[in-house]
Design a protein around this ligand. Sequence first.
Ligand SMILES: Nc1ncnc2c1ncn2[C@@H]1O[C@H](COP(=O)(O)OP(=O)(O)OP(=O)(O)O)[C@@H](O)[C@H]1O
Ligand SMILES: [Mg+2]
Length: 399
Amino acid sequence: MPRYSSVFKDESKLDINYVPQHLLHRRLQLNLLNQFFRFAIENPGKMTQRALIIGKIGTGKTVLSQHFGLNLVKEAEERNINLKYVHVNCRECKGSLFMILQRTIMKFIPTFPRRGYSAEELLQALMQVLDEKDAYLILTLDELEALVRSEGSDPIYNLSRIQEDRLNAPKRLSLLCILRQPEYLDKLDPSTRSTLQRNIIQLKEYSESQLEDILNDRMKLAFREGTVPTQTRSLIAEMGYSEGGNARYAIELLWRAGKYADASEMREVSPECVRRAVVSVYPVVRRDMIPSFSLHEKLFLLGVARHFKQTDSAYMSMGEAEEAYALVCEEYGEKQRGHTQLWKYVKGLSVSGIIETMVSGVGQRGKTTLISLSRVPASDLEKELVKILIHGEGEARWQ
Ligand SMILES: Nc1ncnc2c1ncn2[C@@H]1O[C@H](COP(=O)(O)OP(=O)(O)OP(=O)(O)O)[C@@H](O)[C@H]1O
Ligand SMILES: [Mg+2]
């Protein structure tokens, strides 16, 4: 029997392709999508639609569309309507309309020959398949940038036009486009652009508390009970927030932190595991950054690093930071700088991104600034600082 069991109960729930059962904080956007495509179950064949989801990285574009698709198909089934939702990622299809269409047709006819057709012929073939099966299709083009970048606006134009060319036939093909970068809209033909602009769903970056909810939901599925402390979850949410409200990043951090906990045979995913994870997920702290800090900024940061190395907490107060700094000054025979100067250091370090600050929340007496170390493991930071402080600027190398 192993002495330590994994903190995970089902790692696959943190997989990049896992579609969570609960879609949190996107009800409004889901309703809006449903409204845009309502006709598909109320009046199938009478019209088609083109809509656009837009939002920064990790804001839930893919998961929102997948939820929408699953729900709509279920409703269609209840009404005996043959509606299919096909989700293709244009980047994975190397930005090729040919590949996108091929994947789409194979959802209907898995044995469809892979060769011998042009993209135009595939499009005709797709419409024919839909007619033969009396099926309706909502085709989602995720990461549309890839398609536009490699083939311009023609593919979307052709996908829209194919319907208009079929004057008296039922309308079967609707499009849901997903973009991260709004400037790609300008590259589309004016008519497609104006339709998409009318049916746009904009996803805002997640707030810290929304990220906490998303993490909490996923944690329960992926981790054994009691292995992820609340402060670890809060720390990850905070980091996801500071990386642009990015749920993808937050979930990946959670997974990596869990891996570190397992590798160190820990029973809990501590904040230190998160800090380790941050470095491997996203090396945002440039290694040449630390030598550029002033001597006392380095001493202050060393105090912060030592504090976090010794405790499992995610935050420290300004008072604790000052105490830690005082000890370091004593060790290095340096005269302590005053309070006002230390505030300046904190500000400078936080602008550089190596520490993060927040004001303590409601419920605590008085307000105090809390410091967290998010982007680098405390032990690595300590090692690096000591090396630089001993050997002088420029000589030490981050291992
Ligand atoms: N509202 C939500 N509820 C539950 N999970 C969510 C939610 N939003 C995002 N997630 C999860 O966060 C991760 C990232 O979401 P998603 O892939 O949908 O983002 P995206 O906007 O498509 O990102 P990208 O721009 O990188 O393609 C996924 O694991 C997804 O399941
Ligand atoms: Mg996506």
